[in-house]
Design a protein around this ligand. Structure first.
Ligand SMILES: [Zn+2]
Length: 168
């Protein structure tokens, strides 16, 4: 048996974006919460700034069972590597599993920080546009230099330590 909605979402992107070899899609509380916010991901944390003007949004159309939605998923992802599925959750991609993990990890942490900052009730502080763009470019440079592989290697070491049988 196959999760048809999952197949629709993942296959649409794999078929259209040959630069992408891994897609991660999550339904976490913080990710769903931000996906339901009109203004989406706010540039209020270093984690969020990684995605400054580098993030797609896809409007909710119901559970993704309609094959026609595939073209709109691809259109809405556009040239980006990550996308917020409104009223649904998060989606991140990568040219490797390591890169996709890094993207979803940062996007998830950005969403958690946003929800907690909003819950605190204080006025939010926004860095200048220039600093937002600089930070995003710095994050792009990290990807260029394959730094996500460092994080992924440490994750694998952690898993191997506690759950070594995951490989079998
Ligand atoms: Zn989903």
């Amino acid at each position: 048996s196959v999760n048809r909605a999952g197949f629709n979402i993942h296959s649409a992107i794999h078929a259209a974006r040959h630069d992408i070899s891994c897609i991660v899609h999550t339904h976490t509380s913080a990710g769903i919460a931000v996906s339901a916010q009109e203004d989406g991901l706010l540039p209020i944390s270093q984690h969020a700034l990684k995605f400054y003007r580098r993030l797609g949004y896809h409007d909710y159309e119901g559970i993704a069972l309609n094959p026609d939605e595939r073209q709109r998923l691809v259109r809405d992802l556009g040239p980006h590597m990550v996308m917020i599925l409104r009223n649904h959750g998060l989606l991140a991609t990568g040219r490797s599993i390591a890169e996709a993990f890094n993207q979803i990890y940062f996007l998830e942490r950005a969403c958690q920080a946003q929800v907690q900052a909003q819950a605190g009730g204080a006025t939010l502080r926004f860095p200048s546009e220039a600093v937002c763009e600089l930070t995003a470019q710095q994050s792009d440079d990290e990807i260029e230099h394959n730094l996500h592989q460092l994080a992924w290697s440490s994750v694998l070491r952690l898993i191997s330590k506690d759950e070594g049988d995951y490989q079998s």
